[in-house]
Design a protein. Structure first.
Length: 329
């Protein structure tokens, strides 16, 4: 793995080098916003108008953050309006590549780039950034709109509604405070928490992170004992942000990242809930378990130096989930 510093590629460790042994995720770099009419976004960003065919999404199927954007692209009917390039699952010394020798890896038909870092350099030749996914690219201005998944899914949730006619709202006004509250804890202790456990470089850092992961999974299991979804009877952004981590949990985080106090399938409510979300129309097509397994076990040499890819587990994602009748208490 590596990063761009003033436009130059520098190779370093994905785990970082903090003195406390903790994994610290760097901030994203591009934070502009697409709105229906190109006006300012929620934090004052703007100038990017929603148009069919104007934007291109760069993803890696392995990445849970990129998976969020693919889920919202499917849920909001944006497949015909926003095209996609998919990176190779191996993320090695040159970062994400556009090699095509793995099923589902598309290369980069838009810009013809060799590596994801080339997309960042196309936007700013002097950029300093991690070459992460997802990236939302504007074909008209030839620049990056955003590489922050949490904000890209908000754009997808509403900016293109007049184009698609899809009015599903996963961030409804009456539930926003609760969604934000859940998102904050889930991000810190689950979405990013598994990485803090997996990339820890001291026993204390690992134990602190892993303990927090399972405290939050216990909390979520309790919520779902009485509610079909995290905020009640309505599926929201909070559910989809959690889903992409849960979908990877037993396959990689439980073993590769040492989050092994329990498996997802040991939580009856969470496991049924995750299967329900997986079975939503269009969602399963965004989850590519072959990319997920290959990426984590092959790319993280510091954790798995012999790059041995495990054979299991076998998981029945299409088993009935039985949550249809559950409503908010």
């Amino acid at each position: 793995m590596g990063k761009l510093v003033d436009g130059q590629w520098i190779t370093d460790s994905v785990t970082g080098s903090s003195k406390d042994g903790k994994f610290h995720r760097p901030d994203t770099t591009f934070r502009d916003w697409i709105t229906a009419d190109g006006s300012a976004g929620p934090s004052g960003e703007g100038g990017f108008e929603a148009e069919s065919g104007r934007y291109h999404l760069y993803v890696a199927y392995a990445c849970p953050w990129a998976n969020r954007t693919l889920v919202f692209r499917a849920l909001k009917g944006l497949e015909e309006h926003i095209d996609v390039s998919v990176a190779h699952p191996d993320m090695l010394e040159n970062g994400w590549s556009f090699d095509t020798d793995f099923p589902g890896a598309t290369g980069d038909p838009l810009l013809g780039a060799n590596y994801m870092r080339d997309i960042y350099l196309a936007a700013d030749p002097n950029v300093s950034a991690r070459a992460t996914v997802p990236i939302l690219w504007d074909k008209k201005r030839e620049t990056i709109v955003s590489n922050e998944s949490a904000e890209i899914i908000r754009m997808f949730n509403s900016a293109f509604d007049a184009i698609t006619g899809n009015r599903l709202d996963f961030y409804p006004e009456p539930l926003r405070d609760r969604i934000d509250e859940i998102n904050a804890r889930v991000y810190d202790t689950v979405n990013n928490g598994v990485y803090k456990a997996g990339f820890a470089r001291s026993q204390k850092a690992y134990e602190d992170a892993a303990t927090a992961v399972f405290e939050s999974l216990d909390w979520l299991e309790g919520i779902l004992a009485d509610n079909r979804y995290l905020t009640g009877a309505q599926v929201t952004e909070a559910d989809w942000r959690l889903f992409t981590t849960l979908a990877r949990f037993d396959l990689v985080y439980n073993t590769h990242f040492k989050c092994n106090r329990a498996r997802l399938i040991d939580y009856p409510n969470l496991w049924a809930y995750t299967r329900e979300l997986y079975q939503w129309p269009g969602v399963a097509d965004t989850v590519h378990f072959n990319h997920i397994t290959r990426h984590y076990y092959y790319s993280h040499e510091s954790i798995n130096p012999h790059r041995i890819i495990p054979i299991g587990p076998e998981i029945d994602w299409w088993a009935p989930h039985g949550r249809e009748a559950l409503r908010a208490a």
